[in-house]
Write a protein that binds this ligand. Structure first.
Ligand code: NAD
Length: 313
C-alpha cells in the first residue's frame, strides 16, 4: 500500500518541493500530508502539486512550535499512522551575537530544535508499536561545521545532530530508521528572508569593527558562495526521495560534494585548529575572492578529503 508521509513547513522552499516530488511519484507510492502553519499560504504548493492535489497530496495546518497544534495535526491523520516523518520546518538567524536578543535566539531553537523534537515525540510511540517507520531531519552542513556569524543557527542544527545521533541507537532496536539530510546552500526564501532581516538590522551594542567584518567581509562572500555553490530545492527533494527509497538509508547525508572537504578538515585534525584557521584565512585573507578560493580548494582536494554524498541524480 501507499506510505503515509507527513512533512513540516511546506508553504515554500525545500518542504514544498519534497511534498510535490513525493506526491508526483510515478508509481503513486506516497500519500503526502503536506503541513504548514498558515493554510492561507497554500497557493504555491497547490499550484505546484497540480493533479496530485486532493489525491496523493492533502493539506493540514501545523505549527511545530505549538504542542497543541502538533497533537491535533497527528490526531487528524487516519489511525495516527505515519510511515515517514519529514522534519523540514526551520528558520535562519544571521548576525553578530551582540545584536541578537536571547528571545530571538530561543525562537530559532524553538523551531529548529524543539519543533522537530516535538514532532518526533508525537509520532515515535506509534512507530515503535508498529516496529516500522522512517524519521527524516533536515539538518545542514551547518549541523556539522560552525560558520561565522551563523552562531545560533549552527548551534540549533548541532543540537539536532546530537539529539538524532543519540536517538538513532534505540530506534534501530525498534526497526525505525533515522536520517539527517545535510545540504549546503540552497536557493530558497530562506536566503531572501535572512538578507531582508539583515538589511533591517541596526546592530545595537556591536562595535564598529565587528559590524564592518559582518557587513563588508562576511556578507559579500556569503552571497558569492550562494551563487557559486547553491543547489536547488528540487535537488534536495530528489536526494531526500533517494534516502527514503534506499533499502539501507544512511544516517548522515551531505547533498553537496563541494562541502565535503570542509567536513573532512574537521575530522582530519582533532584539535579543531585546522578548521578554525582555514575558515579564518578564507574569511579574512581571501574573503573578496572566496568563490575562486573555494573552486581552487575543490580542485586541489585529494581523494582522501572527499566524502560520499547523496546525489540528486
Ligand atoms: P524556507 O524559509 O523556504 O522554508 C522553511 C519553512 O518552514 C517555511 O515554509 C516556513 O513557513 C516554515 N516554518 C517556519 N516556522 C515554522 C513553524 N513554527 N511551524 C511550521 N512551519 C514553520 O527555507 P528552506 O530553505 O526551504 O528551509 C527548509 C529547511 O532546510 C530548514 O530546516 C533549513 O534550516 C534547512 N536548510 C536550508 C538551507 C538553505 O540554504 N536554504 C541549507 C541547509 C538546510
Amino acid at each position: 500500500g501507499q506510505k503515509v508521509v507527513l512533512i513540516t513547513g511546506c508553504s515554500s522552499g525545500i518542504g514544498l518541493r519534497i511534498a510535490v516530488t513525493l506526491a508526483k511519484d510515478e508509481k503513486k507510492r506516497y500519500h503526502v500530508i503536506a503541513t504548514m502553519r498558515d493554510l492561507k499560504k497554500k497557493d504555491k504548493l497547490v499550484e505546484a502539486a497540480g493533479d496530485a492535489y486532493g489525491k496523493t497530496l492533502v493539506l493540514l495546518p501545523l505549527d511545530v512550535c505549538s504542542d497543541e497544534s502538533v497533537k491535533q495535526c497527528v490526531n487528524n491523520v487516519k489511525d495516527r499512522h505515519i510511515d515517514i516523518l519529514i522534519n523540514n520546518a526551520g528558520v535562519g538567524l544571521l548576525g553578530p551575537v551582540e545584536s541578537i536578543s536571547i528571545e530571538e535566539m530561543k525562537r530559532v531553537f524553538e523551531t529548529n530544535f524543539f519543533g522537530a523534537v516535538r514532532m518526533i515525540k508525537e509520532v515515535m510511540p506509534d512507530m515503535k508499536k508498529r516496529r516500522s517507520g522512517h524519521i527524516i531531519v533536515m539538518s545542514s552542513v551547518m549541523g556539522l561545521q560552525g560558520v561565522v556569524f551563523n552562531d545560533v543557527y549552527t548551534a540549533s542544527k548541532f543540537a539536532m545532530e546530537g539529539f538524532c545521533e543519540s536517538m538513532a541507537v534505540q530506534l534501530l532496536k525498534f526497526n525505525i530508521r533515522l536520517s539527517m539530510i545535510e545540504p549546503g546552500p540552497v536557493h530558497t526564501e530562506f536566503e531572501t528572508k535572512m538578507m531582508e532581516d539583515v538589511a533591517k538590522m541596526e546592530y545595537p551594542g556591536v562595535d564598529a569593527e565587528t559590524v564592518r567584518y559582518f557587513k563588508d567581509v562576511y556578507l559579500p562572500s556569503s552571497v558569492d558562495i550562494f551563487e557559486a555553490m547553491g543547489q536547488s530545492p528540487d535537488d534536495i527533494a530528489k536526494c531526500t526521495k533517494k534516502v527514503i527509497e534506499s533499502s539501507s538509508p544512511r544516517f548522515r547525508n551531505l547533498t553537496n560534494s563541494l562541502y565535503t572537504p570542509i567536513v573532512a578538515l574537521k575530522y582530519a585534525d582533532e584539535t579543531g585548529g585546522l578548521s578554525v584557521n582555514t575558515f579564518y584565512n578564507l574569511l579574512f585573507n581571501f574573503g573578496p575572492l572566496m568563490h575562486i578560493t573555494m573552486s581552487i580548494l575543490k580542485c586541489l582536494t585529494c581523494s582522501c578529503l572527499r566524502r560520499r554524498t547523496i546525489s540528486p541524480n
